[in-house]
Design a protein around this ligand. Structure first.
Ligand SMILES: [Zn+2]
Ligand SMILES: [Zn+2]
Length: 274
């Protein structure tokens, strides 16, 4: 079965294409389950002032959800649309996130750590903030990032963790061995019964590999963390990008099932290898 559980569209301000264009492209590609998961509106910073084009506005969220459900109904014979959101984990603002999520019905919610720093002011996935690495101890940044991942996994708001080792995105490599921190984070994810996505967007980034790394995928299998699959597409043409490589990797690691989500429940399906 072909699935893609991580997609964006033009509402967030940095993606291209309407929801309908993603749905039609997905049908063309033979995707059977398409997860719509645009970025959660931000509230801890003023996006207009501070960081434009990062997420949809709060007032737009209801329109997003309504359009998702309309498309789900309209295309029900051709494709199974799952309605989701990529939520940010913002430390100290868990109740606010809960309120945002609580206003709507979701098939699933991705929990992603984009923002780190004491006031969650540094988006480590935004190239406009790369300069913040300067003068920092790379190991400290990695440790701090995985600390946030653990808190995200523990807060009880999410179904799976997005791009769990996104800290590697811009290629800042840690000379210290980070595997212990990665394993600790995965242990917390397991304890909270969350899944992890294999996110293929990393191949096109400076990281030049999928999220998470192969060693993390091995550890997921070892301790029984379910894996789902997402392209993190920011344009319709990127749906299922590098999925052939992803499936090869899963096969190598010995993962034969993928997690799918409906109404906040998780369902495992068999992976089809080419
Ligand atoms: Zn995005
Ligand atoms: Zn993300």
């Amino acid at each position: 079965m072909k699935i893609d559980y991580h997609t964006h569209h033009q509402r967030c301000g940095h993606a291209v294409g309407t929801l309908r264009e993603y749905v039609e492209k997905a049908i063309e590609l033979g995707i059977e389950q398409l997860g719509l998961s645009d970025h959660m509106p931000l509230f801890h910073i003023d996006p207009q002032q501070y960081l434009p084009e990062v997420a949809m506005s709060r007032s737009e969220l209801a329109n997003y959800v309504e359009e998702c459900y309309n498309l789900k109904r309209e295309y029900t014979r051709q494709i199974d649309i799952r309605v989701g959101l990529e939520a940010d984990y913002i430390e100290g603002h868990e109740r606010e996130i809960e309120r945002i999520l609580g206003d709507f019905e979701w098939d699933y919610v991705i929990g992603s750590v984009h923002f780190i720093g004491h006031n969650s002011e540094w988006d480590i996935t935004d190239y406009r903030m790369i300069h913040l690495w300067q003068g920092k101890d790379v190991a400290d940044v990695y440790r701090h990032y995985y600390d946030k991942v653990k808190k995200a996994a523990s807060c009880g708001l999410f179904d799976f963790i997005g791009h769990v080792d996104a800290i590697k995105r811009f290629g800042f490599q840690c000379t210290q061995n980070t595997f212990e921190w990665e394993k600790e984070a995965l242990d917390v994810i397991r304890k909270n019964d969350l899944a992890v996505e294999l996110n293929t967007a990393g191949w096109a980034a400076k990281a030049a590999e999928q999220y998470p790394s192969q060693r993390m995928l091995h550890y997921c299998r070892e301790i029984g963390i379910p894996i789902t699959l997402g392209s993190d597409a920011h344009q319709p043409g990127h749906l299922m990008r590098d999925f052939d490589k992803a499936l090869q990797m899963l096969k190598q690691v010995g993962i034969h099932q993928l997690a799918t989500f409906s109404q906040r429940g998780r369902f495992m399906i068999n992976t089809v290898y080419n």
